[in-house]
Design a protein around this ligand. Structure first.
Ligand code: GLU
Length: 288
């Protein structure tokens, strides 16, 4: 299949210019290399994901001129598969149940957002608890110390071909402890897996070779590469791109309806205008 890229939105709001940039870039890079561009719907956050948003994502991306193979992987249809990995990690003694504040746990389950202060690494209050002690409502956290000890051959690293953090990045215990700590990987009883784990499993299953996404997800890559190592999955090449900002220099968020693709469409813009606005060259050729 050659080079495989993907755009993996969470259907929790309208796509804005930042999403358009990410999707177009991933699409252009795959097309330029004669590879494949995949669309994946990351709807494991059941409290926020909505089918209406998913339908609008398909519509906006088609309007932008993108095409992708069917069927589209929808993560909510694969919860049992993610659960099996949580079971495997539990059997290996690498995760533990945690009952520390729900607000913290909820924040840790969704993809990080620039501008929203990252919670400090978890202090390890529940680290002593065995998995057999799991109670309804508990989160499942990675025991980072044990995970590192389980990789005596080294933690590895990844290559970033993007302009923001170019080059090779080696993982280290210090880096992981300072940025990730004992990360939340799931909250099993409601079939919720964290974005971070589901995304790693699907990138591997879909044989994604290049992960193209915003630089706000750069630090989460440390954790994702660690999970790949632990689960014997290949590490793709990463390409963290610049973020599209509003006039005030703030990163666009889902709630910024003013920059929603739908708004530009309603105002009469065409896909070439959107490409221009995000600084991409005109489409090379019609999608095959
Ligand atoms: N689903 C994540 C989001 O919408 C992006 C995941 C990724 O590209 O790795 O923020």
């Amino acid at each position: 299949m050659g080079l495989v890229t993907r755009f993996a939105p969470s259907p929790t709001g309208p796509l804005h210019l930042g999403h358009a940039y990410s999707a177009l870039l991933a699409h252009d890079m795959a097309r330029a290399a004669g590879g494949t561009f995949l669309l994946r719907i990351e709807d494991t956050d059941t409290a926020r994901a909505r089918p209406e948003w998913e339908a609008r994502i398909f519509d906006d991306l088609r309007w932008l001129g993108l095409t992708w193979p069917q069927p589209v992987l929808r993560q909510s249809e694969h919860l049992a598969r993610y659960d099996r990995t949580l079971d495997e990690l539990a059997a290996r003694g690498l995760i533990y149940p945690c009952s520390c504040t729900r607000a913290d746990i909820r924040a840790a389950l969704s993809a990080p957002q620039e501008g929203v202060a990252a919670p400090p690494p978890y202090p390890g209050t529940c680290r002593h608890r065995p998995i057999s002690d799991r109670k309804p409502g508990d989160a499942l956290r990675l025991n980072l110390g044990r995970a590192i000890a389980a990789l005596p051959g080294g933690l590895g690293g990844f290559t970033d071909t993007g302009p923001v953090h170019p080059g090779g990045h080696a993982l280290s215990e210090e880096l992981l402890a300072a940025t990730q700590g004992d990360a939340v990987l799931g909250r099993k009883e409601i079939g919720t897996v964290s974005y971070v784990l589901a995304s790693v499993l699907d990138d591997a299953m879909q044989e994604v070779t290049h992960v193209i996404r915003g630089a706000d997800l750069f630090e989460i890559t440390f954790l994702q590469v660690l999970l790949q190592k632990l689960l014997h999955l290949p590490t793709p090449t990463y390409h963290h791109h610049r973020l599209i900002r509003d006039e005030a220099g703030k990163r666009l968020a889902k709630r910024d309806d003013a920059r929603a693709i739908a708004r530009y469409r309603a105002d009469g813009a065409d896909p070439a205008d959107i490409r221009r606005m995000v600084g991409l060259p005109p489409a090379r050729d019609p999608a095959p």
